[in-house]
Ligand binder design. Sequence first.
Ligand code: PEP
Ligand code: MG
Length: 566
Amino acid sequence: MLKGIAASSGYAQAKVYRLEHPVLEIEKLEANSSEELIKFEDALEKTREDIKNIQAKAVGKLSDEELAIFDAHLEFTNDPGLIDQVVAMINSDSVNAEFALDSVANTFITMFEAMEDDYFRERAADIKDVTYRIKAHIMGVKIADLSLIDEPVVIVAFDLTPSDTAQLDKEFTKGFVTEIGGRTSHSAIMARSLEIPAIVGVTGVLAELENGQEIIMDAIEGEVLVNVTQEQSDKYSKLAADFAEYRQGLKVLKDEKSITIDGHQVEIAGNIGNAEDVDAVLENGGEGVGLYRTEFLYMESKALPTEEEQYEAYKVVLEKMDGEPVVVRTLDIGGDKELDYLVLPEEMNPFLGYRAIRICLDRTDIFRTQLRALIRASVYGQLRIMFPMIATIQEFKDAKAIYQEEFDKLVAEGVAVSDNIEVGMMMEIPAAAVLSDQFAKYADFFSIGTNDLVQYSMAADRMNEKVSYLYQPLNPSLLRLIKMVIDGAHKEGKWAGMCGEMAGDPIASPILLGLGLDEFSMSATSILEARKVIRSLSFAEMQALAEKAINCETMPEVIQLMEDNL
Ligand code: PEP
Ligand code: MG
């Protein structure tokens, strides 16, 4: 048995599928030209077959426009501009094929990446994709392809990037297990929204498991069982059935209010990464969207999404939510979220670096496009905009001023806009949290991002399982910070929500309720359980309990207090 952190609950039993993206070490070698030419031709042919296979499998799953990307990839494998140069270099320099291809492709990539036009920047990403595959074939390195999976599997990987996770097919992906990561890494968050069981931070899992091996995932306890016996298999099918039944049982609360027994009502909303996620929020009785992570819109496209593309996406979300509030967070890129087409500087500490609002206040072209799209979409529902990673009042004022300029421009252009857009901010940096009463004069609302607030308060990387013992949302120090944010908002008559994963934790939510949190936003699958908890509690009692919790010394003491009282 291997142990890790249960990141998305559930059970699964299936064969292991190792997802590896090996780094190709390209060396310059002296080689026999005719042999290298054969290898190159052969690799081109295999790549064409791969692309056709992937495309055929994607029919019905992807739009025509998305399918056309594969045509572009195929075309590239026949492009004389590329092939002739590689062949010439192999002949004239007597170098190995992968080196020749790598050199030629890199000139194209550098050239396209430097172009202003989105179309060419997309091409750079395509060339990278296709040449990676050709080089792998030349070198005899096997690369895994998520879209080629056609039987039930558990994906085992060192880490899953958010875009890997976005490509997962729920029909065949029964769960995933990763070597690194924590409960709040973005792949874990996406697993919860896809309702796929996930266990992360399983040290040694890649060394331990082979392709095709049958395993059981217990993503409640965070355990991976290998060498499965019949007895275990029976036991876990029963547990899985019970779990599904429990989830089903919660459905009676779908249309109920999130109200305590003494009549204190809060809002329970869902976190989403794209328009499709709204369905799960609605199915689980979400009263709004408390966090739309728009960076996924950017990560899923091959170039910066245009104003029009963004407008369409925001409009769909607002329409689907049918007048219920939708909190859209402006681009929060950086940290563990990268864009292929927006090359950011290599940094020692990306989570402390150039990210989120820091990028947007610098690249105001990107920021303005997003704000315009949002403001235009505002007429389709109840829009709330928030800025991520605000550290200083000046940053908030600068971001708000740019918003206001775009708003005024659109009005002057005669575009219809809503007159009640709220503009607030994430509270995820301790410096802002302690100054929340001042921020509340300017922001319409706060949404506490505990995933980051905890890592910055404890100086413990949310991705690093070695320091995961410090990841303590229930530490009294964090509870005090959260209280400061809520009190700060209320002092100015503003509301405070939470969209970090802590909001959906059944041990934490009674304390948050007692501290006066107004809105709880979480993975769609946590909504009904959270509502069940809230509906069983007395607000007055939780206020008293929260007061005791912030006066505890340690997180275990807080947990003990909760267990003794609930
Ligand atoms: C957070 O930091 O708590 C948050 C909700 O944002 P993200 O997880 O996307 O960083
Ligand atoms: Mg954050």
